[in-house]
Design a protein around this ligand. Sequence first.
Ligand code: NAD
Ligand code: 9ON
Ligand code: ZN
Ligand code: ZN
Length: 344
Amino acid sequence: MKAVQYREIGKGPEVVEVDVPEPGPGQIRLKVTAAGLCHSDWFVMDLPEEQYIYGLPLTLGHEGAGIVDKLGEGVEGIEVGGSYAVYGPWGCGLCHACSRGAENYCSHAAELGIAPPGLGAPGAMAEYLIVDDKRHLIPLGDLDPVETVSLTDAGLTPYHAIKNALPKLVPGSTAVVIGVGGLGHVGVQIIRAISQARVIALDLSDEKLALAREVGAHDIVVSGPDAAERVRDLTNGLGADVVFDFVGAQPTLDTARAVVAVDGHIEIVGIGGGLLPTGFFSTPFGASARAPYWGTRSELMEVIDLARSGAVSVHVEQFGIDDAVAAYGKLHDGTVRGRAVIVP
Ligand code: NAD
Ligand code: 9ON
Ligand code: ZN
Ligand code: ZN
């Protein structure tokens, strides 16, 4: 079968031919219907050798959906032919965090050698994908997998961050969204769908800011040194009750710090390597910050239901597997509008 793999440090993704995998005991094989590209894939592929921990070759793709095609020994209660999305942050299944569905915060996964598909385990950017346990499958029913697959990360990750900050997103509040890419354009829609907050979106290009408006941002601001002052102007000097930074680089965290309101909150979702100096007289009184990771199983069900209701939709640029390298190039250059999705 064809697969998109990262095979050599610094060389980028390649489309290669590999064996079709067989499901082991308890596992499920999916025939992949869609796999999304995430900017974290470039974070992984840009790492120097001494920091690279994901194994080589690595079949990419931590956003996956597929049709159940073959059941491993002992798997019951799931039908061959059903359409599912894959919950990616696989945990041990037994600890406190896992027992409440927060496998994204399982503290045993690493020591047990459990890694998400595409971030250690073979990922979804292939014709077939092995899923380690049926609890990691969320039924899609008649939802289009290409339109839905990116909810497993570009939907779930913002949803998890927004739910945590929801008590501050009361009527009259302001949310600032920095970075209106794959995650950010879904994030704007989720804030609009589950809160009454006013949304101010920041990005670098006119195209991304136009997308922000299209998906529901009330105001748009060009990201850069003047952005904080503009946000202050738009909020009568008060600033943002919550900042969602979907970039996480030093300039955007500096903006987040400059716009967060007294008793406000910053969710650092992007993994751009920036740091947020926090302390008395450094951030406003009462302000808090958090760097969330992915989301919980029940939150994935909720965000898929939100899409089913029509309140949230992913803007998709679709590619065949042979065009995966070009798709990764577009993601690298910042020219994907919404999310790039591979259909093997
Ligand atoms: P993306 O490339 O689709 O979108 C990034 C957006 O940020 C683009 O629209 C780009 O124009 C914009 N941007 C870049 N620099 C900017 C700046 N200085 N100011 C304003 N906007 C700027 O990326 P994505 O797939 O949406 O991922 C976003 C970030 O979230 C990445 O760092 C990714 O690795 C990370 N991520 C984190 C988690 C988590 O669990 N915390 C999960 C998924 C992705
Ligand atoms: O899901 C993602 O995109 C992030 C959180 C992956 C980061 C990583 O390297 O595990
Ligand atoms: Zn991701
Ligand atoms: Zn666990």
